[in-house]
Design a binder for this molecule. Structure first.
Ligand SMILES: C[S@@+](CC[C@H](N)C(=O)[O-])C[C@H]1O[C@@H](n2cnc3c(N)ncnc32)[C@H](O)[C@@H]1O
Length: 259
């Protein structure tokens, strides 16, 4: 993981809009009825609503900057919410914690940071080792459908394309542009994000690049990986609903049980 991957102070500006997964993870946490661990917890986008709902959750992340940001956010929360969260340093492929869990969750495609097959397997093995018997693993990936990839490649591959501006608290705004390149043989994608922070009168105050190398995985890859790692009851959800995964699906969510 490189220092270029995430900017903690801009993460929520961009991804705070992503709400579709939160109710799904929150419901799994409610049903877990026991300890919950989130891997790749980042700035706490998913951790906070869970802690605010009165559920205790351990939040593990490899990046110091993301953990520090989450600690800062927690400092402004009520004591009962703060008490529900333990922020832990660790890598999802090697972590070793004293507790075991009813639920381990890896929201917002963080599992895809495991770019190589041995990392994917190591992460699943660590989850097995930390789940109670009958405990649940839940995570999501994007569906790398031909339509999805085609939207970013061909004449668009390597071409920066801009999102709508994101407002910043100082009345300025953030312009985010990205380009993507898919390697179908290796099943990896390189996403390059360009950030420009503009003042309210349009001057560029700061610009930076972020480079994210991710794996991409199809449901059949997940099924094979989870089965090989000893999971059972593997269930897929299209866009965090009970619908089956199909060509229009964007987010493939999956749950799998430790025997
Ligand atoms: C897309 S963010 C997800 C953050 C949060 N779970 C959410 O849903 O918004 C991915 C997070 O995974 C973390 N990460 C990347 N590789 C990791 C690893 N090997 N072990 C633990 N965390 C990792 C990054 O630091 C980042 O905070």
């Amino acid at each position: 993981m490189s220092a270029l991957e995430y900017r903690a102070d801009l993460y929520d500006v961009i991804h705070g809009r992503r709400r579709q997964d939160i109710a799904w993870y929150l419901e799994l946490c409610r049903r877990a009825n026991g300890r919950v661990l989130e891997l790749g917890a980042g700035t706490g986008r998913t951790v906070l609503p869970i802690a605010r709902a009165g559920i205790a959750i351990d939040a593990l992340d490899v990046a110091e900057e993301m953990r520090a940001h989450l600690q800062g956010v927690l400092a402004a929360e009520a004591e009962q919410v703060r008490a529900n969260v333990r922020v832990l340093a660790g890598d999802m492929t090697t972590f070793s914690l004293p507790d075991s869990y009813r639920l381990i969750q890896i929201p917002f495609r963080s599992f895809l940071h495991n770019i190589a097959a041995d990392q994917q397997r190591a992460c699943l093995d660590r989850c097995q080792a930390h789940l109670e018997p009958g405990g649940l693993l839940a995570f999501d990936v994007f569906l790398p459908s031909e339509a999805y990839m085609a939207a970013f490649e061909g004449e668009y591959e390597g071409l920066f394309r801009m999102d709508d501006p994101y407002p910043l608290t100082d009345d300025g705004f953030l312009l985010l542009s990205e380009w993507n390149a898919y390697d179908r043989a290796a099943q990896t994608v390189r996403a390059v994000h360009r950030y420009e922070l503009l003042s309210k009168n349009g001057q560029i105050a700061e610009s930076l690049y972020q480079i994210l190398d991710l794996a991409f995985l199809y449901p059949q890859d997940l099924e094979r990986l989870l089965t090989a790692a000893g999971f059972t009851d593997i269930t897929f959800y299209s866009d965090f609903t009970e619908q089956p995964v199909g060509p229009e699906t964007r987010d493939v969510a999956v749950t799998a049980r430790r025997i």
